[in-house]
Write a protein that binds this ligand. Structure first.
Ligand SMILES: [Zn+2]
Length: 45
């Protein structure tokens, strides 16, 4: 699952089952779930 830090806007990979959600870059604890808008990583089937 792809997430993005709400503060530094870095892409963050986390485990959804883990309750520890934190940006590894700045330590911010609010991550935005990336839904449909993935401008760069769009994989065609
Ligand atoms: Zn961050």
């Amino acid at each position: 699952m792809g997430y993005r830090c709400a503060r530094c806007k870095e892409d963050v990979e986390i485990d959804e089952e883990s309750s520890r959600v934190r940006c590894p870059y700045c330590g911010f604890r609010v991550l935005l779930k990336k839904r449909g808008d993935q401008p760069k990583e769009v994989k065609a089937r």
